[in-house]
Ligand binder design. Structure first.
Ligand code: NAD
Ligand code: LMR
Length: 329
């Protein structure tokens, strides 16, 4: 008998989710032997568009798609779900920072955190994509506390993929030659895309790209601001690359990281690297294919890295302060 996986996606008629749901249904993530039930949540005003998306999913004829549920009720969407992908939230526009969305989007994650704790399967994994995703994840986790802390994740995989691509392009190699990249901290323009511990073709990235000024003053800010660059170019925020980051995050949880490599995910800190326990912080993570992240310990920072690390931590602490009324003690 084939296995069934229930995947809830919020904001399912939005731009990111439109790319996400078709790939979740296709068998790409959970494999050809696993049947997928998509449980799609939207605001009432977007339900008609979501109905159209459901018809298109049916018309794909995927052998792996068992059922599609569309609803505006979070209790229905999260019922027995094994994965919950929280995308539904307003995106920023030109001139805005992600943290400008915090008071608008934050309250969404109070009710959704509670609804996940009440309805989800006991093995649920939650990935928050809606911005500002670290602090929204913190809100959902604190309001859904019956679900263990290690189940709540926010997405830094898009930033990770951006950093890999930028290093590969500079070094004149393909993306698969880049390993051991980390996005530390916040999915924001204070994140630290760590080239100091990264490798290119198995060698320290800094021994292959010897132009340290480029690494510090081009690679780091361009990776930090890539989301803004996409918005400035297209007037809307990233869509299929964001969906791809979410697919990569879940796929890596399911299948694991390659030997000698790691990936980036924001998770609830247990105090690793001196981060206050409970904060949702971007770390280097490995996975063994059992749906769990393990933080890579013992990495060192030079003075440049230490300064960047502190800046992103300070920003996350400030964001936490701004939403403290949404965090039950
Ligand atoms: P979008 O406006 O196209 O779609 C958002 C959808 O969410 C809309 O259809 C809206 O009706 C729905 N929605 C809003 N509130 C909801 C709620 N309470 N419950 C259910 N659905 C709700 O936006 P988008 O471009 O798809 O982006 C979605 C979010 O993802 C934004 O916050 C964006 O900033 C974020 N994002 C994050 C990353 C990342 O790397 N973490 C990357 C890209 C986008
Ligand atoms: C991104 O990184 O592309 C997204 O978080 C959207 C944004 O606001 O930049």
């Amino acid at each position: 008998m084939s296995k069934v996986v229930r995947v809830a996606v919020t904001g399912a008629a939005g731009r990111v989710s439109s790319s996400l749901i078709v790939r979740l249904a296709s068998g790409e993530v959970f494999g050809p032997e696993t049947k997928v039930v998509l449980q799609l949540l939207e605001l009432p005003a977007a339900l008609k568009n979501l109905e159209g998306a459901m018809y298109e999913l049916q018309d794909c004829g995927f052998s792996t798609l068992k059922d599609v549920v569309i609803t505006d009720d979070a209790n229905v969407a999260f019922k027995d779900c094994n994965y919950a992908l929280l995308v539904g939230a307003a995106p920023r526009g030109p001139g805005e920072q992600r943290k400008d969305l915090i008071r608008k989007n934050g309250p969404i994650f109070v009710g959704q955190g509670q609804a996940i704790a009440k309805n989800a399967a006991s093995d649920v994994r939650v990935l928050v994509v809606g911005n500002p995703c670290n602090t929204n994840c913190l809100i959902a986790y604190k309001n859904g506390r019956d679900v263990p802390a290690d189940r709540w994740h926010a997405m830094t995989r898009l930033d990770h993929n951006r950093a890999v691509s930028a290093l590969a392009s500079k070094a004149g190699v393909t993306n698969d030659a880049i390993t051991c990249v980390t996005i530390w901290g916040n999915h924001s323009n204070t994140q630290f895309p760590d080239f100091t511990n990264a490798k290119i073709g198995g060698k320290p990235a800094t021994s292959v790209i010897t132009d340290r000024a480029w690494l510090e003053t081009t690679f780091v800010p361009n990776t930090q601001d890539r989301g803004k660059f996409i918005i400035d170019t297209t007037k809307v925020s990233s869509s299929f690359s964001a969906a791809n980051g979410a697919i990569d995050h879940i796929k890596t949880l399911v299948r694991g990281t390659a030997a000698g490599d790691w990936t980036s995910a924001a998770i609830v800190s247990k105090g690793e690297y001196g981060i206050p326990p409970g904060l949702v912080f971007g770390y280097p993570c490995t996975a063994a294919g059992d749906n769990n992240w393990k933080v890579v310990e013992g990495l060192q920072f030079d003075a440049f890295g230490q300064e960047k690390f502190k800046k992103t931590l300070d920003e996350l602490l400030q964001e936490q302060e701004v939403v403290k009324d949404l965090l039950p003690s």
